[in-house]
Design a protein around this ligand. Structure first.
Ligand SMILES: Nc1ncnc2c1ncn2[C@@H]1O[C@H](COP(=O)(O)OP(=O)(O)OP(=O)(O)O)[C@@H](O)[C@H]1O
Length: 359
């Protein structure tokens, strides 16, 4: 594919073997996802050129960066990439402004001003410009590290678990910036993570890595809706919906969102009507019933069709449902599946608590 990063790497690291091949679209955010030690960082380092696999092929939009067969290897500093590591790695002796200016290496002087203003605004860095890294929180350091990488105008931004060293509070603080980056920057990003909720918020594509190999790859919403992949076993498994805000209910502090002819009531979303939001419904928060329930505290009861089922873990099933053309996942017990005698093709009702829906 010409508008992609094509890769093939084979190498051993101690007892571990990385044997990956695939392609990553040069647009949006692609998550490299998998459990700890599966090889995500190794793959990212191969892409950056920091690791030289014995067997390697890498090209960006048809431009070769590494081809071991031809003995061609472009060193990291010639690859035009930005790299944000788990810990920001700022220069401690430079103020934030000085650290950011380091990101201007490749930008002609006359273009620098506009970019700087845009990036510091995007990442809310203005109040931090005069501080030294030691005077920043973990989340602030990461914002500056991201800003510095962006100012370098890379053709590709690699991010290796940029939130891994942050506590829950700081993670929450930085996530909206990563989402903004995703919608407002046109630099393609490859994002390593083992946190499914994080990936679901910011990625467009997903490469699932297992034991050093690419197990599956595709658009995020399709990947999250597959019941044959280990992702479906994850506690946080669930389907993703691109919705639009239809209405707010100020009395009950609820919001109504619409997607593909369906509507859902969710907890209040502080965004104007008409705005698009990504909503995730965790499989564990969806229950199934054969008949429409009578009066119930559950605000969302939607007719669905069973598409397929897969056993996951002891006594548990994951059920893929069709909700007016979009997939929804439900996790139920095998006992419930037997009690309801669920089979593909059956029409049932999915019950989703509105409080269970999260952005
Ligand atoms: N220099 C090395 N020598 C020996 N083994 C290594 C080396 N570097 C990595 N490994 C091993 O290779 C495997 C893959 O490591 P890698 O860091 O790529 O995984 P990861 O998916 O990024 O993990 P994590 O999510 O924990 O960061 C691990 O089992 C690791 O122990």
């Amino acid at each position: 594919m010409n508008n992609a990063l094509d890769f093939r790497f084979k190498m051993s690291l101690g007892t571990f073997t990385l044997n990956t091949c695939g392609e990553i679209p040069i647009a949006g955010v692609t998550a490299l996802f998998g459990r700890s030690g599966c090889g995500k960082t190794s793959l990212l380092r191969c892409i950056a050129g920091l690791e030289q696999a014995g067997e390697a092929y890498l090209s960006l939009a048809g431009e070769c960066w590494h081809d071991s067969e031809r003995g061609f290897y472009l060193p990291p500093h010639k690859r035009d990439i930005g790299y944000v590591f788990q810990e920001g790695q700022l220069f401690p002796h430079l103020k934030v402004s000085g650290n950011l200016l380091f990101g201007f290496k490749r930008t002609p002087v006359e273009q620098r001003h506009g970019d700087f203003d845009q990036v510091v605004k995007l990442l809310d860095i203005i109040p931090l410009l005069d501080r030294y890294p030691a005077q920043l929180s973990g989340g602030e350091k990461q914002r500056v590290a991201i800003g510095r990488a962006l100012l370098n105008h890379p053709r590709l931004l690699l991010m290796d678990e940029p939130m891994a060293a942050l506590d829950r509070g700081h993670k929450k603080e930085i996530l909206p910036y990563l989402e903004r980056l995703h919608t407002e920057s046109n630099i393609p990003i490859i994002y390593v993570s083992h946190d499914l909720d994080e990936v679901a918020r910011i990625a467009d594509h997903l490469l699932l890595i297992e034991h050093g190999e690419v197990l599956a790859a595709g658009p995020l919403s399709e990947m999250l809706a597959r019941v044959d992949l280990p992702i479906a076993r994850n506690e946080e498994a669930g389907a993703l919906f691109d919705t639009q805000i239809l209405q707010h209910d100020e009395t009950y502090h609820l919001t109504r969102v619409g997607f593909a002819g369906n509507e859902l009531t969710v907890s209040w979303i502080d965004l104007p009507v008409g705005e698009r939001v990504r909503i995730r419904i965790h499989a564990k928060d969806v229950s199934l019933t054969l008949d429409p329930p009578g009066p119930t505290s559950i605000l969302n009861v939607l007719p669905v069709t069973v598409i397929e089922m897969s056993a996951h873990g002891r006594g548990r099933m994951i059920v893929k449902l069709d909700l007016g053309g979009v997939p929804l996942l439900a996790r139920i017990t095998q006992k419930s599946q037997a009690n309801l005698d669920l089979k593909p093709g059956m029409q049932v009702y999915a019950q989703i608590k509105s409080v269970a829906l999260s952005l």
